[in-house]
Design a protein around this ligand. Structure first.
Ligand SMILES: [Zn+2]
Length: 411
């Protein structure tokens, strides 16, 4: 039987393995504290009979050998690292649920045909190297040995050097699993949004992980005295920026209320002085949608508005696309299997898109991949107050287990 108290004990133990911070959890990839967290999970894996190992990047595996060694592997997990002053569930919950599923399989004496692996990814948040999804990108082969010299930590050390310290005395295997035979990757994760709680739904079955574009905008006008230049003769870069942001926001809000998000998280003016007309305004745009076509439509609209605002305010606007990532669609067959498992277990569910990136989007390049979302309180995440009900952790584990058993018997 799935034991809620074991789920709770693991989450609380990992919550306590934290660098000092403001009431939350700080366990950043490749640090001593991260090593402690990994050792905790490794021990729990070994206790329930899993064989543990780490790959060259520090991703942690716990393996339950299947009856048929030639059968493709089933993998489930999430990340073990956190941002600074994070909650206790983001990522960690997915590892803890996958581990509990392994315990229950063992306790019930179930012999899986397929090998089942519990996986804890390192450095998903990118807090140490500024590279999100680092662990999974080495697994998928997107990143290779040469990148270990290219990536530099916050403390100005190359990844290769950081790894040689972090991995001291630990035997490792190559990270890349491109040529491995993997049947499916399943990631349980808290929703990090409010929809499941607000609609009183047990489970979110992820359809796609959103397309994401990040842009930086720089507007050039002409500085002047706040008291002497008449309003109609100004080239006010600040006002132009405000106008552009306001036009874009209301367009997305009106046209794509539940389908896209448009966020300006940084906004700055030069010379940034109370009695000066700004000659420069620069800001960032973070644009996301589950549908690539919507992102493209908003980017087209941005080009139209750019011309309009340039004319209206007599400024020039540079639009730089810093990143442009396609949506990642989760495997249809797995989504179906998860839905059938929900039906069997009497769990309510809805389809949902993930507005945040996850290791699953990288694993989808390797094998059939799906994500199971469980509710979190008010969608609060990357914050000490992040909270998942223990009962929801149990439901997520129950669903994961059922899905693993179905996969095992159907393939
Ligand atoms: Zn996460």
């Amino acid at each position: 039987m799935i034991k809620t108290e074991r789920l709770q004990a693991d989450i609380e133990a990992l919550r306590a393995i934290s660098d000092p911070c403001n009431g939350g959890v700080t366990r950043i990839g490749f640090t001593e504290r991260y090593r402690q967290g990994v050792e905790y999970v490794k021990q729990r894996m070994q206790e329930c009979g899993l064989t543990t190992y780490e790959d060259e990047i520090g991703n942690l595996y716990g393996v339950m050998e299947g009856q048929d060694s030639s059968a493709a592997k089933i993998i489930s997990g999430s990340h073990l690292d956190t941002v600074r002053n994070a909650g206790a569930f983001d990522g960690i919950a997915g590892v803890v649920c996958a581990l509990e599923a392994a315990r229950v399989i063992k306790e019930r004496g179930i012999k899986l045909k397929h090998t089942y692996e519990v996986l804890g990814f390192i450095e998903e948040e990118g807090t140490n190297f500024g590279q999100v999804l680092l662990g999974s990108r080495f697994i998928s082969g997107d990143l290779t040995d040469a990148d270990k010299d290219r990536f530099i930590s916050k403390d100005k050390q190359p990844l290769r050097e950081v790894l040689s310290n972090y991995m001291q005395g630990i035997e490792t295997v190559p990270a890349c699993r491109k040529n491995d035979n993997i049947l499916a990757f399943l990631e349980v994760h808290d929703e990090q949004g409010p929809v499941l709680q607000e609609t009183n739904t047990d489970i979110g079955i992820v359809q796609s992980i959103v397309a994401l574009s990040q842009l930086s905008i720089s507007i050039t006008g002409f500085a002047g005295h706040a008291g002497t230049v008449p309003m109609n003769l100004r080239q006010d870069a600040g006002l132009a920026g405000c106008s552009l942001v306001s036009r874009m926001t209301s367009y997305v809000l009106r046209k794509y209320t539940n389908e896209a998000t448009f966020t300006v998280g940084k906004f700055s003016l030069l010379p940034n002085s109370s009695n000066c007309i700004p000659n420069n305004c620069s800001f960032t745009i973070d644009l996301r949608s589950g549908t690539q076509a919507i992102v493209d439509n908003v980017l087209d609209y941005l080009q139209d508005m750019k011309k309009l605002v340039e004319q209206e305010y007599n400024v020039t606007i540079d639009v730089n696309i810093d990143s442009y990532k396609d949506e990642v669609v989760m495997d249809q067959g797995l989504q179906q299997l998860i839905a059938e498992s929900c039906d069997k277990l009497g769990l309510s569910y809805r389809n949902i898109n993930s507005g945040a990136g996850h290791d699953a989007m990288i694993m989808a390049n390797l094998c059939k991949t799906a994500m199971i979302f469980i509710p979190c309180d008010r969608g609060i995440t990357h914050h000490p107050l992040e909270k998942v009900e223990w009962e929801d952790m149990r439901k997520g584990t129950e669903l994961l287990l059922e899905t693993i058993l179905r996969l095992d018997s159907q393939f």
